[in-house]
Design a protein around this ligand. Structure first.
Ligand SMILES: C[C@](O)(CO)[C@H](O)COP(=O)(O)OP(=O)(O)OC[C@H]1O[C@@H](n2ccc(N)nc2=O)[C@H](O)[C@@H]1O
Ligand SMILES: Nc1ncnc2c1ncn2[C@@H]1O[C@H](COP(=O)(O)OP(=O)(O)OP(=O)(O)O)[C@@H](O)[C@H]1O
Length: 300
């Protein structure tokens, strides 16, 4: 974790790592390897970690700053950089700074998003030039949520989260509450009471209002702080759990309505107001880079 904000300058290149929400999450089966077959709808929000990258000539991958509870070797940004080095044979290295905004264990995919941003950014900064399919293949072993962040489009997700169909959804303002607890994704998916045989639905069923999150009963039982936050939020609209939690969210027609609810939140609950985005802020940053490059290398 670093104190000073990373800033874009000659040495450091700064990229966003947005959060995601699961607008619904069904567990429809379990694979032999223990992973679960899911149906989910991913949408990003404009609340992001900020990652700074400084290319090194010596091939070293170094984390510049600490992340509480996460050793450098386990950091998903370091693992992503090394995965790209191995896949591309690139001899360059990188210093990585992470300005952490997204809560860990929140169901917002913060670590997964950091990994995806590292793959996409270094693919540009190192000039390795892998296409999106190749990056998405590199992403999956880093985490089930990483491919959707690499592709950068809101999506209907199946499989373990890697079979993605882009969708265009309304982009409401969300109030996201962060209860004072951290939920282990693995603990929820290995819980004996988790529903693992929900009937698969179609996208039309979701848009028709079927937004169940199968993890909710287990999370409510195991994490009372999440249940309390959800019950409070439900007075404003349809309150939902994202991923395996701990974060819960509700959609509002406008930013002011979301902020008004935020002002009335119970003591001890953190959170934020953010806009739903079908196109990831990472993709906007990447496209911006492409535009800048083409303008710089455009006709003389
Ligand atoms: C719950 C979601 O956030 C929904 O988007 C994701 O499915 C979880 O994605 P993630 O945090 O990247 O998950 P991973 O780090 O790959 O897996 C953490 C643990 O969750 C369980 N896991 C995860 C995804 C999945 N489809 N089935 C699982 O059973 C596995 O026990 C795994 O060891
Ligand atoms: N750069 C990182 N940022 C956050 N977590 C990291 C990072 N590197 C490794 N991790 C580890 O990965 C775990 C999962 O991170 P992540 O933020 O993706 O999960 P999450 O917020 O619970 O979201 P979801 O449940 O949707 O996957 C964290 O609890 C942490 O131990």
């Amino acid at each position: 974790m670093i104190d000073e904000a990373v800033t874009d300058n000659d040495a450091w290149s700064v990229w966003p790592a947005p959060a995601k929400l699961n607008l619904m999450l069904r567990v429809v089966g379990r694979r032999a390897d223990g992973y679960h077959e899911l149906q989910t709808v991913f949408q990003f929000v404009d609340r992001c970690d900020r990652l700074g990258f400084r290319v090194r000539e010596d091939g070293e991958v170094r984390r510049d700053g600490e992340l509480p509870g996460v050793a450098a070797e386990a950091d998903l940004t370091v693992r992503a950089a090394r995965a790209l080095q191995a896949a591309s044979g690139c001899s360059l290295g990188v210093d990585i700074r992470c300005e952490k905004v997204l809560p860990m264990g929140g169901g917002l995919g913060g670590g997964s998003s950091d990994a995806a941003t590292t793959l996409v950014a270094l693919n540009v900064l190192w000039g390795t030039g892998l296409d999106t399919e190749a990056l998405a293949r590199l992403a999956l072993p880093l985490g089930a949520d990483v491919p959707v962040f690499v592709r950068g489009q809101a999506a209907w997700g199946e499989g373990v989260g890697e079979r993605l169909t882009p969708v265009e959804l309304p982009e409401p303002w969300f109030l996201v509450l962060v209860p004072p607890c951290s939920v282990s994704t693995q603990a929820v998916f290995t819980h004996p009471q988790l529903t693992r045989d929900s009937k698969p639905i179609k996208l039309a069923d979701f848009t028709g209002g079927d937004v169940v999150n199968d993890c909710l009963p287990v999370v409510r039982d195991e994490y009372p702080a999440v249940a309390d936050a959800l019950d409070w939020l439900s007075q404003w609209g349809e309150a939902r759990l994202t991923g395996t939690g701990a974060c819960v969210f509700a959609a509002f027609a406008g930013r002011d309505q979301a902020l008004a609810a935020w002002e009335q939140r119970p003591a001890g609950i953190d959170g934020f107001v953010a806009r739903g985005c079908n196109r990831s802020p990472l993709l906007d940053r990447l496209t911006g880079i492409d535009t800048r490059l083409s303008s710089r290398h455009g006709p003389a």
